[in-house]
Design a protein around this ligand. Structure first.
Ligand code: MV4
Length: 447
């Protein structure tokens, strides 16, 4: 059993991990940048070590400093949270060399799933349905055009190293292919130093549905149902919910089995997510696998009653999964709204500053994951997500109502936020009726 864990992250997820460790009787070490001396994670951990200046490259992304802090404090394991080093296979290799347990899958799996084209090919071989498209990487626009012409338009060109919509281009017709391919490839070269592309049939107005899985070191794999993450803006999720309102029991079982097959195909370990596109006909296609704990994990925790961070830690300790598939039940409905310090009327520009006043809602089925407090100064160097509001109730209708009540009560003064924008979505008739897809915000708000 681990006696001490270092948390290589900041903000609400660092606080979330500290709390999980404390419940398990595990000592915690926070690392913090010079901008985070007064941050909540710095204060809540048993020990805290400053690892450098405000900019992430010199602190939260500085592998040597984080490993030194781990060795100096005699922590046996590192929890990476999400973002930062959580999907950096080189960092995981360094942990392995230093005999520090990385709470997550192996470097090899992270590397393999980080290459989207290779992940696709792996899943095809495992019999997991993928979007019709290329199995081999494509580098040349002329070669790509031949393939796309045969597939039929529209197609989507994606960077193998891509993510967050970077290096991605929809192509509507043959004449536009080569230009768009080159734009996407150029973007990929600039962002990821990689010219490897792949081509898929473009699925029009799909839902983004992802399955949470847990896998231990002994080959046991379970799925914890799905999250519908279709409400997003610029490839940033805004609202997530579980279950997805259009997935039947039968489809859930089928997709869950496929998610488990995907995890087993790579010998997965830890918590992970299998992303699917779900089209209007109820057909689903593997898109990507995320090898980290995700921002939206609380909605799954609310409907299953499991603690995913504690499960990750137990798995890393070599324990068996605490649950069997037949004992996992999805109960009721959970929704998460991401609250950002940003100004929706100024193109959602980030709005760092001091929290002058804060009032948090509460009550049965209301959860808040945050690291902000009265007088806290939000630094400008990091992500603008400052709070996650999560509700749980018997059904989707009640959960929406509860979220409206909670958002109505939530007060954050001193910085601009997207609270009113979230409130508006929760009152939108299309959202309420469950008529959502990845273009919802674009279509309803012209964003
Ligand atoms: C797609 C798709 C439709 N068809 N792939 C978005 C992020 C990245 N993970 C993959 N994404 C998509 N992949 C196929 N074959 C639709 C999206 C997508 C999207 C695409 C363009 C503009 C906005 C989008 C929003 C969500 C999802």
């Amino acid at each position: 059993m681990f006696k001490k864990i270092l948390i290589a992250n900041r903000g609400e997820i660092a606080v979330r991990i500290i709390r999980a460790c404390r419940e398990m009787g595990i000592q915690t070490v926070a690392v913090y940048s010079q901008a985070d001396a007064d941050a909540l994670h710095t204060q809540l951990a048993d020990e805290a070590i400053c690892i450098g200046p405000a900019n992430s490259a010199d602190s939260y992304l500085n592998m040597e400093r984080i490993l030194s802090a781990t060795t100096a404090t005699k922590a046996e394991a590192i929890h990476p949270g999400f973002g930062f080093l959580s999907e950096n296979s080189k960092f995981v290799e360094m942990c392995e060399k230093c005999k520090i347990a990385f709470i997550g899958p192996s470097a090899e799996i992270i590397h393999r799933m980080g290459n989207k084209s290779e992940a696709r090919a792996t899943m095809m071989d495992a019999g997991v349905p993928v979007v019709p498209g290329t199995k081999e990487p494509v580098y040349d626009p002329k070669e790509g055009k031949k393939i796309a012409d045969e597939m039929g338009y529209p197609v989507i060109v994606k960077a193998s190293s891509g993510g967050g919509g970077k290096g991605m281009r929809i192509v509507e017709k043959s004449e536009d292919f080569e230009t768009n391919f080159l734009i996407a490839q150029r973007e990929s070269i600039n962002a990821f130093a990689d010219d490897t592309m792949y081509i898929e049939k473009y699925i029009v107005s799909p839902r983004h549905v992802e399955f949470q899985i847990l896998a231990d070191k002994h080959g046991n794999v379970v799925h914890l149902g799905e999250r519908d993450c279709s409400i997003q803006r610029n490839h940033q999720k805004v609202i997530e919910e579980s279950p997805c309102s259009v997935i039947s029991k039968e489809l859930r079982q089928k997709m869950g089995e496929v998610a488990i097959r995907a995890a087993k195909a790579v010998g997965y370990e830890s918590a992970g997510t299998i992303e699917f596109l779900l089209d209007k006909n109820g057909d689903f296609y593997f898109m990507e696998m995320n090898t980290r704990i995700q921002v939206e994990h609380p909605v799954t925790e609310m409907v299953t009653g499991l603690d995913l961070i504690q499960e990750q830690i137990r798995i890393a300790e070599g324990e068996n999964l605490s649950v069997k598939q037949e004992n996992i039940r999805v109960t009721g409905h959970a929704i998460e709204c991401r609250i950002n310090a940003e100004n929706p009327s100024k193109n959602f520009r980030p709005c760092p500053g001091v929290i002058e006043n804060i009032h948090l809602p509460g009550g049965k089925g209301v959860r808040i994951d945050t690291a902000i407090y009265n007088g806290y100064k939000i630094p400008s160097n990091y992500d603008s997500m400052i709070l996650k509001l999560i509700v749980h109730d018997k059904d989707r209708f009640r959960a929406i109502n509860k979220m409206q009540c909670a958002l109505g009560e939530l007060v954050i003064e001193g910085v601009d936020t997207n609270i009113d924008f979230q409130f508006d979505i929760l009152g939108n008739n299309r959202f309420i009726s469950g008529d959502i897809n990845t273009h919802f915000i674009q279509d309803e708000y012209n964003l």
